[in-house]
Design a binder for this molecule. Structure first.
Ligand SMILES: C[S@@+](CC[C@H](N)C(=O)[O-])C[C@H]1O[C@@H](n2cnc3c(N)ncnc32)[C@H](O)[C@@H]1O
Length: 233
C-alpha cells in the first residue's frame, strides 16, 4: 500500500510504555498506519475539522491518543469505549495526556522516576513528553465509557469518523459477542449518520458482509487489512 497521508518519519516519541502507558502483552497499532487510516477517512469525510472520532474497541486508547496528538488541526472530540474495565483505566490515563495538565503530570511522574532510578530510558521519555506537550494546540474533549460493541451503544452525537482495530483472536479476544465483524458493523449502524466514515482493521481471515454499508476502500498491509465504509443510501 502506498502511504498518501502519513509521513515516513520517526514516531519513537509515541513508543508504547515511553510516555504513553502500555497494556502488557498487547502490541500497539503501528503509528504511521493508524495515521494513514485516519487521513484516508478524513479524505472521505465531507467534514474536515471539528471531527468527532470514536473507537468502539479502544483497548488502552493507544491509537486514539496518537491520533489526537498528530491531528490537532482536525480532531475536536474523542470518544472511546471497550468492554473491558481494565483496558478503560489505561485508555483514560493515555487520553488524559492530550491535555496540557495531563502531559505535565506525566512529565513530573517521569522526572521523579528519573531522580529515583537515574535510568536513561526515563530521561529519553521526559524529552519525548516535552515534545508531545509542544504538539498540543488545543483541548480535545474526551469521553471514555464501558460498552459491548455488539449491543446498542448510547452516544449523544453521531461520530464523524469511527476507527477500530478489532480483536484478532491471538492476544486479545472478543468478549460478549460472536466476533463476527459484520455484526459489529450492523450494531454501529445506529450511531452513524449518512456522513460517518468507518474504518475497521482486522486480520485477513475476518470478513465483512453487509448490505447496510458500502465499502469505499480495502487495503492489505502485512498481516492486517483495513476496510473503510459509509452507510448505504
Ligand atoms: C486489538 S484491541 C484494540 C487496541 C486499541 N486499538 C489500542 O490502541 O489500544 C481490541 C479490543 O477489543 C476489546 N473488545 C473485545 N470484545 C469487545 C466487545 N464485545 N465490545 C467492545 N470491545 C471489545 C478488547 O477488550 C480489546 O481491548
Amino acid at each position: 500500500m502506498e502511504y498518501k497521508y502519513a509521513m515516513n518519519c520517526n514516531y519513537e516519541d509515541f513508543a508504547s510504555g515511553r510516555v504513553l502507558y502500555n497494556v502488557s502483552g498487547v502490541p500497539n497499532f503501528p503509528v504511521r498506519l493508524i495515521n494513514e487510516i485516519y487521513g484516508r477517512c478524513l479524505g472521505y469525510s465531507g467534514k474536515k475539522e471539528e471531527i468527532c472520532l470514536y473507537d468502539c474497541c479502544c483497548g488502552g486508547g493507544y491509537s486514539l491518543t496518537v491520533l489526537g496528538f498528530l491531528n490537532q488541526g482536525s480532531i475536536a472530540r474523542i470518544i472511546a469505549s471497550d468492554i473491558d474495565f481494565m483496558m478503560l483505566e489505561i485508555a483514560k490515563r493515555n487520553l488524559s495526556l492530550l491535555s496540557e495538565e495531563g502531559i505535565k503530570r506525566r512529565i513530573s511522574e517521569l522526572e521523579s522516576l528519573y531522580k529515583q532510578y537515574n535510568k536513561e530510558s526515563h530521561n529519553e521519555a521526559i524529552k519525548s513528553a516535552k515534545k508531545l506537550l509542544n504538539m498540543i494546540q488545543k483541548e480535545i474533549e474526551v469521553q471514555v465509557f464501558q460498552a459491548n460493541a455488539f449491543e446498542s451503544i448510547e452516544l449523544d452525537v453521531k461520530p464523524d469518523i469511527i476507527i477500530t482495530d478489532v480483536p484478532y483472536g491471538n492476544l486479545v479476544d472478543w468478549q460478549g459477542g460472536t466476533g463476527d465483524v459484520s455484526c459489529l458493523l450492523e450494531s454501529l449502524k445506529n450511531i452513524c449518520s449518512k456522513e460517518t466514515v468507518i474504518a475497521v482493521s482486522m486480520n485477513k481471515v475476518q470478513k465483512i458482509n453487509t448490505k447496510s454499508f458500502i465499502r469505499l476502500e480495502k487495503q492489505n498491509v502485512g498481516k492486517r487489512k483495513f476496510e473503510i465504509y459509509k452507510l448505504a443510501e
